[in-house]
Design a binder for this molecule. Structure first.
Ligand SMILES: [Ca+2]
Ligand SMILES: [Ca+2]
Length: 262
């Protein structure tokens, strides 16, 4: 009887987001992104995110980029990143932080989205976004366990992730060429010249686009240094609505009464 009652409480508590010792809880997490780059500097494709058990590893520094990260770095879409992530971790929560209006996150712009996370399963955060204009530059975490968002109790451990110029990767898959670049008036992103290189840190190549007009209408000027702040990701748990908590307490009270009368 005791086991059954505990099981009921666990199921009920999990369903309504109450912390149950030893079990995960579901939290509503707001993810906010900010483009901190200088005016007329780099923009970003919508941020692709995964809340993960730490298994899916999209790329490695010093190795050849594979289709999942190439779809982020060259296309900005994550068209191969999402299916690969899902295949590696069927229980991961995946999504995108889409700016409003939808499109690249321009210098000075912000965007946010809310995700429902089971913190007992998905404690880690993985992200990727194409840096534009470029051919295959991106931001993202090399190690899938670099950012542990939640502890075993479901408490948020990280409030912000800051990215600087020195954090920008070159996927090593496509040569830098304005004619084949994304986000330039004169570029055709679908065209490419293979680079046959390796994933490595690189922000300096982006200055090759200085003086060229972007799809957003501004004339690009990289201005990047390794220490330039370019992007911030912030996390905030959204408190449970008071009504949901009351319903939860009421349900638990009912169970306690039933147990007493049993
Ligand atoms: Ca890696
Ligand atoms: Ca490249």
């Amino acid at each position: 009887m005791r086991t059954t009652m505990f099981s009921v409480l666990v199921v009920l508590g999990s369903a309504i987001g109450l912390p149950v010792p030893g079990f995960g809880q579901t939290v509503q997490l707001r993810v906010t992104v900010e483009n901190l780059a200088a005016s007329n500097g780099v923009s970003f494709a919508p941020l692709r995110v995964g809340f993960s058990n730490g298994t899916f590893d999209a790329f490695n520094n010093g190795q050849v980029a594979t289709p999942p990260i190439i779809s982020v770095a060259e296309g900005g879409s994550g068209a191969d990143w999402f299916p690969a992530f899902q295949a590696a971790e069927p229980s991961a929560t995946l999504g995108t932080v889409v700016p409003n209006p939808a499109g690249p996150l321009l210098p000075g712009a912000t965007a946010s989205a809310v995700f429902s996370i089971n913190t007992g399963v998905n404690r880690f955060f993985t992200f990727g976004s194409m840096v534009v204009p470029s051919n295959d530059h991106f931001i993202g975490n090399d190690s899938p366990t670099q950012y542990q968002l939640f502890d075993a109790g479901g408490n948020l451990l990280i409030n912000t992730i800051l990215q600087q110029g020195g954090d920008i990767w070159d996927a090593g898959s496509e040569l830098t060429d304005p004619v084949h670049s994304a986000f330039l008036v004169g570029g055709t992103n679908d065209l490419r010249t293979p680079q046959n290189g390796l994933v490595s840190f690189n922000f300096s190549e982006l200055s090759a686009f200085n003086g060229l007009t972007t799809a957003a209408g501004y004339v690009f000027n990289s201005q990047l240094t390794a220490e330039s702040d370019i992007y911030r990701i912030s996390f905030a748990v959204i408190p449970e609505p008071a009504s949901a908590t009351l319903v939860a307490l009421g349900a638990l009270g009912l169970l306690a009464l039933r147990r007493r009368s049993a």
